[in-house]
Design a protein around this ligand. Sequence first.
Ligand SMILES: [Zn+2]
Length: 308
Amino acid sequence: MFLGLGWVSNVSKCTFIIILIIFTAVISHGAEVAITIDDFNLSNSIGMEPLKRNSEILSVLKKNQIKAIGFVTTKYLNDPKALNAVKAWSSAGHIVGNHTENHWKYNDKTLHEFSADILVADKKLQQFPTFQKIFRFPYLKEGDSVEKRDGMRDFLKDNDYTNGHVSIDASDWYVNMRLIEKIKKGDKVDYEKYRDFYLKHMWDRSDYYSKLAQKTLGKDIKHTVLLHHNLTTALFLDDLIKMYKQKGWKVIYAEEAFKDGVYKRTPKNIPAGESILWAIAKEKGDSSLRYPAEDSIYEKDEMDRLGL
Ligand SMILES: [Zn+2]
């Protein structure tokens, strides 16, 4: 009898320990991420009508009860389709942020030219009820000299803007570009293969930046993942959110993510920019970083090999 009870108690202890291990694993690996979508160029109708693309993205966000942020490049608003898309985006309660009028690379422009371009966009974005003064640099390039870097930081501050940093940078745009090329060629498209590659790539980069946060800051952060208003987002966003959840990650509101103190950091690198985590790690002298942090060159060979 006594032995029997001892056996039960050991089983209970084991069960408790196993539950504790699983619980700890979920807690420690369960990062948080917000969806951020850039550009809003609705001129490309290959693969899906642009407004259908927009409604697909919005319905996935609604289904998953997520509020995202869209960084709009305002030259695209000359196209009524893009204007309607951003209106729908704002009506659905998603934040609208500033991504300049012309989508210039800051490194190619002067501080004066670039800041004027931000103000043109600012004026055009005022019409959207959910517009907030959050700014994202095109190509995540934040200046190639101390004067330009700090000049822009002062400019944003003086105009009540915050930097809409990316923490998880990726090359969804490249996967999208390859898919569009394939459709254009008239070849038979195996969408499942593109989806699998896309999800693998997005997880690879998400996991990398989550680990970079832990290595650099000693803890994980509330992430912001960079996507674009394109075909791959319309086709695979639901699968991407599912994947994050399966990995134990929580998908959170963009507004919530930007409250993380990491987005207020101002790393002093030249050239400035890339993912905020990359930039902080760079400033700390991490020698394992590649530059640019993300680009098509890193994905090309594998996509060639897979015939994508
Ligand atoms: Zn962009």
